[in-house]
Design a protein around this ligand. Structure first.
Ligand code: R5P
Length: 290
């Protein structure tokens, strides 16, 4: 089936790479705001009978959801046989229960919304912590791809004598699988989140790894507070400046610069969200599934 890629703003590089890998084409479309702030959508290609692949990483998802919904519905309205959302970063996965009385379980609501307007979803390492599978909340077919082996390859090629460090128990699943293929030891630290922007991290006995290069690995770097706290403790323990690796670099506000100032030797991310820290490509993992 012919594949037409529609790149939402900020996803053009990934969409082009995917189109190239799959011999698909980049669809021509118009997406803009009317003067009153409403969204205008137009697809300028004949999508009838095609597979339309919407490429849209879902960091800062609220502003993206409506254009995405309109585009998917326009494609279907114009006769597309299938709409697939490639969202390398999948939002709203962390609010997966009521942490405090009265809170919304927004991961469920978000999944229900997406499931209503695209036919399938492909994503990279969603934050599945208390849930084990996207099928618990998504009613459309979903494919989850893991970046662990790509991260391991990068570590093997670039870091001497690495010690992988997971900042909290939630990171254990990513760190342990990266460690296996990087042939490196790893430790998991204990984190307590105090509020949206403050975390406290306890470091177990890392002194025994002082001759190693610390490599912090986490799925998401958002405010970077988790990594910044961890660096502080590593430095106090006399360890070297760490390399910080995130699958998804959101870098809210000044998080990237704050993390460098806090003592990260370098910051590396996968290209799930376009950013200057992107060093690890995941497009070749997505392409075979399309
Ligand atoms: C937490 O549950 C995740 O695995 C990350 O540790 C977290 O999202 C990082 O957030 P921040 O950069 O805001 O500390």
């Amino acid at each position: 089936m012919e594949k037409i890629f529609l790149a939402l703003p900020g996803n053009e590089i990934l969409a082009s790479a995917l189109a190239k890998h799959t011999a698909g084409s980049i669809g021509r479309m118009e997406l803009r705001k009317f003067p009153d702030g409403e969204t205008y959508v137009r697809i300028n290609d004949d999508v009838k009978g095609t597979k339309v692949i919407l490429v849209c990483s879902l960091d800062y998802p609220d502003e993206k959801l409506l254009p995405l919904n309109f585009l998917a519905k326009t494609a279907k309205g114009l006769g597309a046989a299938h709409t697939c959302l490639v969202a390398p970063y999948l939002a709203y996965m962390r609010q997966d229960r009521r942490f405090q009385k009265g809170e919304g379980i927004t991961s469920t609501y978000f999944a229900a919304m997406l499931s209503q307007f695209v036919d399938s979803l492909i994503t990279i390492d969603p934050h599945l912590h208390r849930r084990t599978s996207l099928t618990e909340i998504y009613s459309i077919p979903t494919t989850v791809i893991h970046a662990a082996n790509k991260i391991s390859d990068w570590i093997r090629e670039h870091i001497d004598n690495p010690l992988l460090i997971g900042p909290d128990s939630e990171s254990a699943q990513w760190v342990s699988s990266v460690a296996v293929n990087a042939h490196a030891p790893y430790v998991i630290l204990a984190k307590a989140r105090l509020d949206d922007t403050h975390v406290d991290v306890a470091v177990p006995n890392v002194e025994m790894y002082k001759d190693h290069t610390p490599v912090l690995v986490d799925d998401i770097i958002s405010t970077a507070r988790t990594m910044i706290e961890t660096i502080g403790h590593l430095r106090k323990a006399g360890m070297r400046k760490p390399t910080c690796i995130g699958v998804h670099g959101i870098f809210a506000g000044n998080a990237y610069d704050d993390l460098l100032s806090a003592g990260a030797a370098e910051i590396i991310t996968c290209n799930t969200i376009e950013h200057r820290s992107n060093r690890i490509g995941i497009d070749d993992l997505i392409a075979p599934i399309l």
